[in-house]
Design a protein around this ligand. Structure first.
Ligand code: PHE
Length: 375
C-alpha cells in the first residue's frame, strides 16, 4: 500500500504541472460577441445560440486544426463603449484567434478597429451598415449591406405596394437606422416616388408623436421605419393611434419575436426585408431549422441563422488556412465560397457577401415569407 501511494503521488504532481503549464489540452480559441442585454436583447440571445450550435457541431466532428474549439462569448450590451471593452478583453485576456460578431452596426464599428489593429480576423454576423467592413482587411460580414436592403425596401414599396409617397422615421443616433433611411430615400426618389417627410428621433425616446403627427399629416402611402423592433412596435402603435391606416415597411432590425408581442394589431399587414426565412425550402435551411428547434425549442430567427453561418464561414477559413495565424485566416476568408443557411457566400473586394434578401409580411401575428429578391 505504501509503495502504491509513493508511485501515485508523483503521477498526480506531474499531471498537475502538465495542466498548469499548458492550460489543458490544446484548443482553438474563438471569440463571440452579441447584445445579450440592452435595447435589443433578443438579437444577442439568438446570436449566442447560433454561434454555440455551430461550435458544438464542429466539435463533434473533431473541432478545427485537430483541436477542440473553445468559445469565449461576450455581451456587448448593444453599446459601442462596452463593445470596445469586450473586443479588447477577448483578444488580450482570452487570447482568441478570431471573432464572430457582433450584431449592431454601431457596436461592430467600435470592435472592428480593435480587431484590425491586433490583426485578429472578425466576421460580423448581422451588421449591415457599409462602413463596418471599410475599417480594414481583417473585417468581414455574413450579411448583405444596407444600400441593397434600402433598395429592396424602396422597390417593394413603390412597385408591389404601389406607394408613390413615403414618410420615413429613424433613430438619428444610430448608424444602422440612419444609413438605411437614407438609402431608402435615395432609391425611392430615384424610382419616381416622393419622400414627403424624413423624421429623425433621438435614441431611447418612447414618444414619437411629434414626428408622427407631421408624417401622418403629409398623408403618405407608406411609412418606412428603419429602426430596431422595440422602436418599430411603439412607432406602429402610435402611428395607428394618430389615424395612419396604410402599410409600413422596414428593415432587418424588425426581426424579433418581440415585434408582434409589443406591436400587436398595429404591426399587422406590415413588411420588412430580411436575410432568411425559416420557411425557405432549401434542404440546408430545413435541416438548420429542425436542428435548432430540437436544441432550443424555438424557431431560429435571422440573427441565429447569420450567427450560425458566420461561425461556419470563420471555422471553414481556419481549416483552409491550416493555422491559427490571423493573416492566413483573413486570406482564407477572402476566398470563401460556401453554401450556408442564408445563401451562398462569396466576398466582394470590400469583404461583403453578395446575397439575396427576403421580404416578410406580418400576418396573424406571424412572420410570413413573401418573396426573395436577388441583387
Ligand atoms: N442590420 C442591423 C444592424 O446593422 C442588425 C440586425 C440584423 C438586426 C439582422 C436584426 C436582424 O445594426
Amino acid at each position: 500500500m505504501k509503495r502504491f501511494a509513493s508511485i501515485m503521488v508523483p503521477a498526480v504532481i506531474v499531471g498537475g504541472i502538465f495542466l498548469s503549464c499548458s492550460g489543458g489540452p490544446p484548443v482553438f480559441k474563438l471569440g463571440g460577441v452579441g447584445p445579450v442585454t440592452g435595447e435589443a436583447a433578443t438579437f444577442g440571445a439568438s446570436t449566442k445560440q447560433g454561434i454555440e450550435m455551430a461550435v458544438a457541431e464542429w466539435n463533434v466532428q473533431g473541432g478545427v486544426l485537430g483541436k477542440q474549439i473553445r468559445l469565449a462569448f461576450a455581451d456587448d450590451k448593444g453599446d459601442p463603449a462596452e463593445g470596445a471593452t469586450v473586443y479588447t478583453k477577448l483578444i488580450q485576456q482570452d487570447g482568441v484567434s478570431a471573432i464572430v460578431g457582433t450584431v449592431m452596426s454601431k457596436v461592430s464599428l467600435a470592435g472592428a478597429p480593435i480587431c484590425q489593429s491586433y490583426k485578429i480576423p472578425m466576421i460580423s454576423t448581422a451588421s449591415t451598415n457599409p462602413k463596418v467592413t471599410d475599417v480594414g482587411d481583417y473585417i468581414f460580414r455574413a450579411c448583405f449591406i444596407d444600400p441593397f436592403q434600402g433598395t429592396v425596401g424602396a422597390a417593394f414599396s413603390y412597385s408591389d405596394l404601389q406607394a408613390k409617397t413615403a414618410a420615413v422615421i429613424f433613430d438619428v443616433g444610430n448608424d444602422y437606422p440612419k444609413g438605411l433611411a437614407e438609402f431608402f430615400r435615395t432609391k425611392f426618389t430615384e424610382l419616381g416616388g416622393s419622400v414627403v417627410a424624413f423624421e429623425g428621433h433621438a435614441t431611447g425616446t418612447t414618444d414619437f408623436k411629434a414626428q408622427l403627427t407631421k408624417m401622418v399629416r403629409a398623408e403618405p402611402d407608406v411609412i418606412y421605419c428603419s429602426d430596431y423592433y422595440n422602436d418599430v412596435a411603439l412607432i406602429a402603435r402610435q402611428a395607428r393611434e394618430l389615424g395612419f391606416k396604410g402599410p409600413m415597411v422596414g428593415g432587418d432590425g424588425w426581426d424579433s419575436p418581440e415585434l408582434t408581442k409589443i406591436g400587436g394589431a398595429a404591426v399587422e399587414g406590415t413588411f420588412f426585408t430580411n436575410h432568411y426565412s425559416k420557411d425557405d425550402i432549401r434542404p440546408i435551411v430545413k435541416d438548420f431549422v429542425a436542428k435548432f428547434k430540437a436544441k432550443y425549442n424555438a424557431d431560429p430567427d435571422a440573427l441565429a441563422a447569420l450567427a450560425y453561418d458566420a461561425t461556419y464561414i470563420m471555422l471553414n477559413a481556419v481549416k483552409t488556412a491550416g493555422t491559427a495565424d490571423g493573416a492566413a485566416i483573413k486570406n482564407a476568408l477572402a476566398s470563401t465560397d460556401l453554401e450556408v443557411v442564408s445563401g451562398r457566400v462569396k466576398f466582394d473586394a470590400n469583404r461583403n457577401p453578395v446575397k439575396s434578401a427576403v421580404i416578410i409580411e406580418i400576418k396573424g401575428g406571424e412572420q410570413v415569407y413573401r418573396t426573395t429578391v436577388y441583387p
